[in-house]
Design a protein around this ligand. Structure first.
Ligand SMILES: [Fe+2]
Length: 139
C-alpha cells in the first residue's frame, strides 16, 4: 500500500476510534434523552467505521494503527457541554475534509466508495449535531 495513503487512512482510523470513545462518554454523561439517543446511534456507526477501515488497510497490504487520536481529551476537557458539541461538530467536518485528501490520491475503488459514504454520513451527522445543539441550548 502507498505509504501516504496508509498514513491518511490510519489518521482516519485513529480519529474514528477517538470519536467512538468520546461519544460513548458523552452519551453516558448527558441527562438529555434526545442527545443520549443521538450519540448512542452515532457510537454504533463509529464502531463499524473502525473495523471497516482496519479491514481495508489490511486488504491492501497496510498495517492498521492501534492508536486512538487525541480528540477524546480535547473534547472532554472543555468546560461546557455546548463547547464539547461544537468541537464534536468540527471533528466531523475534519473527517469529511480528510476523506477528500485520501480521494485525491486515487485509492482503490472500494476504499473510495466506503470513504465517500463515510464522509457524507459525517456531513449529515455534523448538521444533525448542530440542530440538536441549537434546540437543546435554546430551551
Ligand atoms: Fe466519526
Amino acid at each position: 500500500m502507498d505509504t501516504k495513503l496508509e498514513a491518511l487512512l490510519n489518521q482516519l482510523l485513529e480519529a474514528e476510534r477517538a470519536g467512538h470513545e468520546v461519544l460513548e462518554v458523552m452519551a453516558r454523561e448527558t441527562a438529555n434523552p434526545e442527545i443520549k439517543a443521538l450519540f448512542t446511534n452515532f457510537t454504533e456507526i463509529e464502531v463499524g467505521d473502525v473495523s471497516v477501515l482496519e479491514g481495508l488497510i489490511r486488504l491492501h497490504g497496510g498495517t492498521p494503527s492501534l492508536q486512538t487520536g487525541d480528540f477524546v481529551e480535547k473534547v472532554l476537557r472543555l468546560p461546557s457541554f455546548q463547547e464539547q458539541i461544537e468541537l464534536l461538530s468540527h471533528g466531523q467536518a475534519w473527517v469529511a475534509r480528510k476523506v477528500e485528501q485520501v480521494l485525491a490520491l486515487s485509492p482503490p475503488p472500494e476504499v473510495a466508495a466506503f470513504l465517500k459514504e463515510m464522509a457524507n454520513r459525517h456531513r449529515h451527522n455534523m448538521e444533525w449535531t448542530r440542530a440538536e445543539a441549537i434546540k437543546t441550548f435554546n430551551e
